[in-house]
Design a protein around this ligand. Sequence first.
Ligand code: GLC
Length: 748
Amino acid sequence: MKAWRAGRVLFGLVLLLPALALGQAAASDPASGDEGAVVESLLARMTLEEKLGQLTQSRGRGSDTGPRVPEGGEAQIRAGQIGSFLGVYGADYSRQMQQVAVEESRLGIPLLFAHDVIHGFRTTFPVPLAEAASFDLEAVENAARIAAVEATAHGLHWTFAPMVDIARDPRWGRIVEGAGEDPYLGSRMAEARVRGFQGTDLTAPDTLLATAKHFVAYGGAEGGRDYNTVDVSERTLHEVYLPPFKAAVAAGVQSIMPAFNEVAGVPMHAHRPLIETLLREQWGFDGVLVSDYNAVQELMQHGVAATRTDAAILGLEAGVDIDMVSGIYLEDVAEAVRDGRLDEALVDASVRRVLRAKYRLGLFDDPYRYSDPAREAAMTLTPAHREAARELARKSFVLLKNDGDTLPLSKRLRTVAVIGPLADDRRQMLGNWAAAGRPEDAVTPLDGIRAALGPDVRVLHAQGAEIDGDDVSGLDEAVRIARQADAVILMLGEDQEMSAEANNRTTLDLPDVQEELAQAVQATGKPVVAVLFGGRPLSVNWLHDNVPSILMAWFPGVEAGNALADVLFGDHAPSGKLPVTFPRNVGQVPIHYNHKNTGRPPDAEDKYTSKYLDVHWTPLYPFGHGLTYTRFRYDDLRVKTPRIGRGEAVDVEVTVTNAGGRAGDEVVQLYLRDDVASFTRPVKELRGFQRVTLQPGESRTLRFRLEPEAMALLDADLRPVVEPGTFTVFAGGSSAETSETTFEVVAD
Ligand code: GLC
């Protein structure tokens, strides 16, 4: 029996006796019970080097036979110098490496295998921003659950997801990885994804440790430039950027990753107040903090550490438990502990949290439970997984415009032209951070349209232009086939490498000559609809002014083409809503729906109010916007109790009617404004949403319950408080189209 197993039995008994004697079962104390017994008995046996090994994460490398540990990795495992790997997976291979750790190292501590499973493992789902556009928490949770099932079948224990950074600047490429600009939607999506990844029993072999990242305010990077300085007020930090992390912690997330950026002069990887004081002490987070890539060492670049050892000390003192790939804890800490510059108790605290994570996954009971080739073969890219990806992709599409009900197109058209650089590109459909997704698995828009229309409809295709670049030699061919068609579907947008990490743009326009392509095709006079792909809002003003229908498809994942055909030809209606504001141009940034009113809100009749000379102050498309193939009417918005006490909840009802001729899904949104308060409040804040399916003519009364925390603001000490006064409630299918009513909170 391995040392830690024997120790556990003996140590557990020893630990248990006093507790039994005292008649107290300190079950809530993480240092007690079986978990504590295993962790403490191991810790007591570990050398300093072995402890630092547990705090070290190494990066895998690609090979012809799949991801592998780096050169020398096995020897390091055997020497107890590595606690986890990034990017190493495979049922058989993970078993092999786990055997080296468990059977050949001195203490036999199991490894953790981690990877960026962001929006699917092999079955690629729509990118996270698209998933957020579905406003369907159940479907988003299911997508994370499927990702976990597939990732764990390949030996993975841990994903570096969900990314929960609020993003108000679409120049920032990583806006694609999160849930957009709203803290309430971001919090609900964070909870759903944590639940999906972690399941209800972490010891089950199909559950992953989830990681809420990047703590915190990463989306506030100046200029929308990744990794750049963040300087936000304490109030904005607590009102906008922290809530999704708090929601993830409340949902039981087991890991958090600090952000690369500083916040107001303190790099997050050295931010003890936000990590130890707020996250751990105040919020009670007892999981692991894993650094971002090389980020502890980058404290030197930040200019707060002169040496690697100084950087490592700052990281450990701040509570960053694991160093990702720089080797700084393994190589540059031991001497500082021995000469007293770093208290070994801090190392022990981090090691405890890492061992606890391994315990919670059940790896001390069975270190090989995630390395099951049979599961790997059976659970990957199944028809059910593909169907779930297709359904979520459909729900993520946002119909931005549909003049004259041009969409849905008829399946009885004789000839359809599919034109544009994103019409037939498998890799693009997967989006960025596609984990083990494979382009050959992806259904392109052209594939999907051909499959949906069958052999009797002629489907013509021309790329017309590249995604970027100034080559216009393809325009003539595009025009030629457009002229032969009864309808033209343009497939335009960004390359998936134009968003996500380090992929920032100073413009939100369609890249390069794509607008010229659209103009040339539109000039043929044929009916034209546009489908947009991208990882951020796009300022498609010309399309908005000249093309009757525009569908935002983001990057829809492995079932892209089938989901698009389902919606374009009406088998399903689009139902997504924008999780981010679409500006008219980048000059409006930052622009978001939950803005403050200011002392001079925009007024076209008054020069001296907050607006631009050259562009209307409103966005091209607002947060929460999204059309469908029918119309919904909102009636009878009412508050059940127009006056409530400060600690009371209030029920709001609204009746929604499908006033059109087709069934449809509506995401009914509820917003709230504190009309007069001690601190300025947003003109409205999302406080609830419900997705409802209504048949033509059908009405349904929906009820929302607003608990006191929905009405709270942060007082001067940043503590939540509900102030007496009137509140305005808004309900509608977009943040910009709502009916409203009021209620009053009366002083006790
Ligand atoms: C990257 C990203 C982070 C990711 C990590 C591991 O730099 O910032 O989101 O999880 O490195 O790939």
